[in-house]
Each structure stands twice: as C-alpha cells, then as structure tokens.
Design a protein around this ligand. Sequence first.
Ligand code: ADP
Length: 570
Amino acid sequence: MTEVLNGATVLARALKHQGVEYMFGIVGVPVIEIGLAAQAEGIKFIAMRNEQAASYAASAIGYLTKKPAVCLVVSGPGLVHALAGMANAMENCWPLIVVGGSCDSDQEAMGGFQEYPQVEAARHYSKFSARPSSISKIPYYVEKAVRTSLYGRPGVSYIDMTGDLIGGQVEDNNVSFLPISPPSPVSMSCPKKVEAAVDLIIKAERPLVVVGKGAAYAQAEDVINQLVEMTQLPVLPTPMGKGVVPDDSPLCISAARSKALQEADVILLLGARLNWMLHFAAPPRFSSKVKIIQVDICPEEMGNNSASGVALPGDVGVVVSQIVKNIKSRSVQFKFSADSPWWSLLRKKIEANVQNVQTMSNDNSIPLNYYAAFSEVQRAIPKDCIIVNEGSNTMDIGRTMLPNIFPRHRLDAGTFGTMGVGVGFAIAAAIYCRDYWPNKRVVCVQGDSAFGFSGMEIETIARYHLPVVIIIFNNNGISYGIKEDTWENAKKAGDLFITIPPTSLQPNTRYEKLIEAFGGKGYFAKTKEELRESLQSALKDQTPSIINVMIDPGAQRKTQEFFWLTKSNL
Ligand code: ADP
C-alpha cells in the first residue's frame, strides 16, 4: 500500500537514514512539522532558546562524534542567528547540517513572511547550500549534505526548506532513500615524501610534534601515541588538541610552549593550521630556520605561512601510521635521546613555569586571582570530565591549568575565538555523555562576559536535567573588571555612559541565582574554601548548578614573554 508523505517526513526520514541522531533548534513557522517529524523518526530533538547556541551545540556534536548533527531554524532571523554557529563550525573544520525553513516559494520576491535570500546567505558559511528541487528529491540533497559535511576538510551544509516543500505531499513510491554514504575516504601521502619527513625528524636537534584539533577530530590518538612513545619526541598540543597525548604524559611539554615553539628546528604538525593560534609560524615566536612537516587532510593548507619543510597531505591517522612504519623499517631504530640538550632545556623551562604558577596558585588573597581559583577547580574535577572553557583570561589560564587526559575532552572558543559558545557546547557534551558515557561529567568554566552571551540556555540545561556544572569566573567585566566602589562612585557622579569603561559589567552580580529559578543549585564563592566546598557539593549530585566565583577585577595572566597576537611581533 502506498503511503502519502509530507516533505517534513521525507526530510526527517532521509536524515535518520543518513545516521543523524540529534537535532538542535528552535521551531516556529514553517518548521514545527520538521521537529515533530524528526522525533517521530527517532531523532532526538533538543529545543533551545536561541539559534546561535543551537548551532554551536549541533557543531560540537559533529566534533565529538565525527557525525553531523542538525540545527533546525526558522526562516529569516532564525537562519541569521545560526550563521554564527555555521561560521564557527567552518572555521573549526567541524561537520554540521543546518536546515532552515523559508517562506513559501509563491511568496518569494513579494516580501513574504521572514523572506530572505537564505541559500545565498548560507553559501558564505558552508561547503554546500541548496534548496531541494522537489519533495521527491529531498533524500538526494540530504545525502549530499551529510557527505559534504564529512568528506575532505569537514564543514557545514545548508538545506533550505520552503513552507510548500515542508507541507507538500508525495507518494512514498516516488521517493527513494539513498544508501548511507560510506565514511570519509582516507588518503595516504606520497611514500617518498614520508621518507623525506622521517629523514628530517631523525636529523633534528630540537624536534617537536604539534598536535591540533584536526588530529583529535580524526580520532588518531592511538597511532599518534604510538609514534611519540616510540620516538620519545616532545609533544605540544594546541588548545583543543589537548588530550590526544595525555596532558600528564612526560612527553607533553605544554608548560614550555613558548620556548618549544621558538627553538624547535623541525616541527611535525598534525592537524593544525599555522594561523594566529600558532603565531603564523613567524619569528620571533618561531625560529626563522624551522622546517615544518605539515600533515593535513586539506592539500590547499600546505604551504600556508610555511614555505619550508615537507607537505604530507592526507588523513592524519593514516599518514602518522606511514611515518611509524617508515621509522620501524630503518636499520637503526630511532629514539630521541632523553639526555639531549633539547630535552634538558625543555625540562628546565617546565620546572620554572610550574614553579611560577604554583606561587600564584598559593596566593590566598581575596578576591581570588585566576590561578588560585583554577588550582581548586583543577583539584576537584574528575580527570575524565569534558571541560568547556571560554572567556579571555578564564580561557587562556584554563587551557594551562585544566588537564585533559583524554582526546576531545576540551571545547573552547576555537579558531574563530567565538565567545558565547560555552553553554551550547556544554549542552551538546552533556547529551552526548548521557547517551554514550553516562558517568562522565561536563564542567563549563566561563568568564562572566562569556556566560552572558547564551546565559538563558541554562533553562535548556534544567529542562533536560543535564548535570552540567557551570563555573563562572566573575571579575566584573571583559578582561578587566570594575571594582564595586569605582562603580558606585561613577553612579553617584552622574553619567555612567561616559565614566564606566566599556569593559565593565555590573559588579558582584549574583549569577548563581539564575539557575535557582529553574530548579538548579547556585553557589557563591569568594574564598578557596568556599570554592572547594561548592565544587564538592555540585559534583556530588546530578542537579545542574552554577558556581559564581568572585575574581579580583584587576587579576591578569602571569607576565608573558610575548604578546599573544600583536602583529608587531611578526
Ligand atoms: P588547531 O586549532 O588545533 O590549531 P586547526 O583548526 O587550525 O587546529 O586545524 C585543524 C586542521 O585539521 C584543519 O586544517 C583540517 O583541515 C585538519 N583536519 C581535519 N580532519 C583531518 C584529518 N582526518 N586528517 C588530517 N587533517 C585533518
């Protein structure tokens, strides 16, 4: 017997057929039917409060699982909000499918409800952006969208669904659901180039392996650990590359980051770009003589900001196994000496930096400095928790002080430096843990400014009973905060708009009270002891919680040898 299907059902069935498990979004005209159809097909729907956070959450699922999730949005403004997450996912090279409702096609060019050139708008922020040509053809577009998001350098696909496509009907014998696309094809590098790369590594006096979030996404941890353990090469992770090689491995030299980058003569770069995060590989942050062996799925990435070295395009897992095999095939087994001057230099630098951080962590002054607060968080959180971390100092210091022992256990502002991703990421991570790692916790450490971007998503956390612990490092502002008395005086003196620095937020805001409105638990901490007790209590039960930690508004990072970004360093 033939079944009559509407476009929403065809879309939902095709997504399910292609392995989509999660749909985040906000429904409204004309996509309510898509949300309902998705649930009817067994796709889990997570209803959020803003499309931005929904698009961030869906993209985090793509990174954690190597399978795209969907972000469902309404037409016009709904899609415009989601462009933020699409841009963020593209910059991070994470797979994501966005489905946008759009006005009925017979109202187009007439000023239809929320009419907007959506396919064109999405094109800037995606690898594939299209509107299905008919209801019967929807599965074709879905298969292409899923495949394109995953193959090559991962990214975003956009599917535009007009109201008439969603509500229109078709008999099921006119629809064919395409087979699930096979996993992303992996490619090897040219064996001669692998040989040349291994020659460079073996001859290097100051070699370094840099592990990026491309290696984490590729799930290449086993072979990368095999390589570094076999060769005893020092390893430096990028922020989200942390955990591919455990932070507590003796090979991980994060605490000597600047020194290692500055003095390395050969760098094996695994799934990371030489962009601002790696200081464009330029002096004085890097040696002018450094040779870089680039391993990346995207051949066009080769040579970006790095003229010398060896280009190894291909899947990082496969290419690293080629490197391992090549090293093993040599008559003398290569192992970088633990007594080398390079290792001695790195170890000395690590010791000095650890000592510096220890001194600042031991400071019990109130309000707390970042290091003192982070030392408590570091001690309390489970070793295997997923850490979401954003803010300015809160993220930079969090990167150095919160250890990741497992890959894909850190989510932060990423390549695009997007503030406001945190709560969305935490929701995605908590849902993922709920389904795949039931005992694992999600801890989201954010600055007060970062929290503000998507703060209302705590209602989503509470509604779905997600046991997320949000820790807000509250310094009353962006980078620098304002002291309460300065603020009070400015208020008395008159014009707040002229006198209050743009970096200021209302001092001593009690953010923890917000979660109480939704049935969660709020904690307020000014001292180390209060923070310790709050963490113990929050981590003991499964209730969503916010710990609001007051940080000295003038507290900063430890003095840096270089400014992080400034071009004058180039
Ligand atoms: P990070 O922020 O850690 O420095 P980037 O986002 O700059 O990392 O770089 C990640 C890189 O990883 C991208 O250039 C992307 O093309 C690459 N990549 C993604 N998947 C793979 C894979 N399977 N194999 C190799 N490289 C990959």
